[in-house]
Write a protein that binds this ligand. Structure first.
Ligand code: ACO
Length: 323
């Protein structure tokens, strides 16, 4: 059976860097508080010409170049995002036009911070059905457009950016096993309302058109659920932490990652962390980290790599791949 395997990676970050000190001038916070509670030191914030689809396209161009495929050889474009600049058409259709992938079909998926993992699982299923496919999978967010810049509980956490992978097929590498979960009953611990309803019968509470979050609950649930997802996956695959070359988790908060390391006895050097540089970029965080790890030559042929994520929904999961 053929599996989805990464043949190129790319990323695109906005030019503007916003440090914790910059945020001290916007809300009542401090570099010390943000660093000690989250590990975040800076984040990138989009400016003119850096809409979600433009960041996504920038990341896509890099991944396509590395994969050495032509844009018109791409069969499918999937963009994981919950902050598209338009709800319709999809961000993926904008990317298609931008990069000239005229033979692709294209659509967005929304699983919040778990979007890239869900997308990789989806790509794996397409590849199993049709091993000749070339799939462009992107995680891209402009969270700065949807946070309340007066709310110090949330605005300090997030950043903008995009990461992309080109996926081909292999019978001995690629996605090896995956565990995905959702629990919609817990939606109100982390959510963002959509645009105002024009139907008075469906008039929703306009509160919460920005990201709303119950930080402590999210923290506890994120640690517990990712830990369990990873344990189950390793058990099922007959692997231990010693078999893993690298863990690339969703980059939300360094304290969440430290807790995961502690509970699962993952050595610090096996846990890829760049949340200090970019903050939480939601669906973009794993592909940005994957691209960095790839370009730093941290990943080697046949390494076993574990990806894990947690986000709004709640959605969460873990995925193993042979690099
Ligand atoms: N600067 C200074 N003080 C702050 C700030 C800030 N930016 N934000 C909150 N505080 C204050 C609070 O008002 C509170 O003050 P009080 O005691 O006078 O009421 C105090 O700090 C403690 O607040 P808590 O919310 O209890 O702080 P906590 O230690 O839980 O840290 C945090 C908050 C960082 C949000 C943490 O709960 C967290 O990281 N949760 C996970 C959230 C997350 O990662 N969400 C992203 C989306 S989901 C995902 O990607 C996994």
């Amino acid at each position: 059976m053929n599996h989805a395997t990464v043949i190129g990676t790319g990323s695109c970050l906005p030019k503007r860097i916003v440090t914790n000190r910059d945020l001290e001038r916007i809300v009542d916070t401090s570099d010390e508080w943000i660093t000690s509670r989250t590990g975040i030191k800076k984040r990138r914030i989009a400016g003119a010409g850096e809409e979600n689809f433009q960041l996504a396209s920038g990341a896509a161009q890099q991944a396509i170049e590395m994969a050495a495929v032509a844009a018109d050889e791409i069969d499918l474009i999937l963009v994981a995002t919950f902050t598209p600049h338009m709800t319709m058409p999809s961000c993926a259709c904008f990317v298609q036009a931008e990069i000239g992938a005229e033979n692709a079909f294209a659509y967005d998926i929304n699983a919040a911070c778990s979007g890239f993992l869900y997308g990789l699982d989806l790509a794996d299923k397409y590849i199993a059905a049709n091993p000749d496919m070339k799939i462009l999978l992107i995680g891209s967010e402009t969270l700065s457009a949807r946070v309340n810049w007066q709310d110090r509980n949330t605005c300090i956490l997030f950043g903008d950016g995009a990461g992309a992978v080109v996926i081909g097929s292999s019978s001995d590498r690629g996605v090896r096993a995956v565990n995905l979960y959702s629990d919609g009953r817990l939606w109100n611990l982390l959510y963002m309302n959509s645009a105002k309803s024009m139907n008075p019968e469906l008039q929703q509470d306009q509160h919460g058109c920005q990201i709303e979050m119950s930080g402590r609950d999210v923290f506890k649930f994120a640690v517990r659920s990712m830990e369990e997802a990873i344990r189950q996956l390793l058990r099922r695959e007959n692997l231990t932490v010693d078999d893993l070359a690298l863990v690339i988790p969703h980059q939300a908060n360094v304290r969440i990652l430290n807790k995961l390391s502690e509970r699962l006895s993952i050595p610090k050097e096996k846990m890829f962390v760049n949340v200090d540089q970019y903050g939480n970029t939601s669906a973009a965080s794993i592909p940005i980290a994957l691209d960095e790890a790839n370009r730093q030559n941290i990943l080697h042929g046949d390494d076993t790599v574990l990806l894990c994520s947690f986000g709004g929904g709640f959605t969460w999961g873990a995925l193993l791949m042979q690099w």
